[in-house]
Design a protein around this ligand. Structure first.
Ligand code: 6PG
Length: 243
């Protein structure tokens, strides 16, 4: 493990090892997360293998499903059953099989507009925060990915949403990379409300953007940090920039 400007980087051999190491961290953060642990999931394709693992023994038995609450860091503004919908992917991969419906907190992508969906999710997060103990962060674990342009969640380079400090969730009219559908995204200060933030990146396609980010380029993913102090990048060997 190496430390780079307040972030830790762990490199594992391949995508399967990444899913397993991430599953262990999910289980650990849930185990030390108190009565109602809260996990904020990420979209994209990278976490699918992790999500499928969580629904599979022995991981499945290690999660107290009735207690854990599941959120999503961003979603594409398409119907819940559209293959592009992030929470839809997570539901099919594990949540619908394992988690009570009331513990799955999806962004309402059937709202009239992305801004309306953002306002509704912000209210849902506020209500959940009200159930937390005094001083307890909103999330126990936030999972994130990084796109080819350095975006994370749906916070794209140079977007106004990056400077948003008063709202927890915003509508994003235009995506910078495919799929080019409107998005709804948690903001950096909201994503920061976690004990641990865990980025997952796999495959050679990620190597160049990770090299630029670790070199200090001003990219959205490089600005995401956990207020709880633990920001971790877990990469497979193919994604890891050469030293
Ligand atoms: C989305 C995301 C996005 C994603 C990265 C990485 O809705 O697209 O949540 O931030 O995590 O683009 O995506 P991949 O895992 O598909 O490379």
């Amino acid at each position: 493990m190496s430390t780079d400007h307040s972030r830790d980087v762990i490199v594992v051999p391949d995508a399967q090892a990444l899913a397993e190491a991430a599953a262990q961290r999910v289980v650990d953060r849930i185990a030390d997360g108190g009565n109602h642990p809260a996990v904020c999931l990420t979209g994209g394709s990278t976490p699918k293998r992790l999500y499928e693992l969580l629904a599979t023994p022995p991981w499945r038995e290690r999660i107290p499903w009735l207690q854990v609450h599941w959120f999503i860091g961003d979603d594409r503004f398409v119907p819940p059953d559209d293959p592009l919908n992030n929470m839809g992917m997570a539901r099919r991969a594990f949540l619908d099989v394992c988690a009570p419906a009331g513990n799955i907190h999806a962004i309402a992508t059937t709202a009239a507009t992305p801004d309306d969906a953002a306002a509704a999710y912000e209210a849902e997060l506020r209500d959940f925060q009200a159930t937390r103990r005094a001083g307890q962060l909103l999330f126990d674990l936030v999972l994130l990915g990084v796109g080819p342009d350095g975006h994370t969640a749906s916070l794209f380079p140079n977007a106004a949403a990056l400077k948003e400090h008063s709202r927890s969730v915003v509508g994003v009219a235009h995506a910078n990379v495919a799929p080019f559908v409107p998005r709804v995204s948690l903001t950096l200060p909201c994503l920061a409300q976690t004990r641990e933030m865990l980025f997952l990146a796999a495959g050679h396609d990620k190597q160049e953007i990770l090299r630029r980010m670790f070199a200090g380029e001003d990219l959205p993913a490089g600005h995401a940090r956990a207020a709880g102090g633990n920001t971790l990048w877990m990469l497979d060997q193919a994604a890891a920039p050469s030293p």
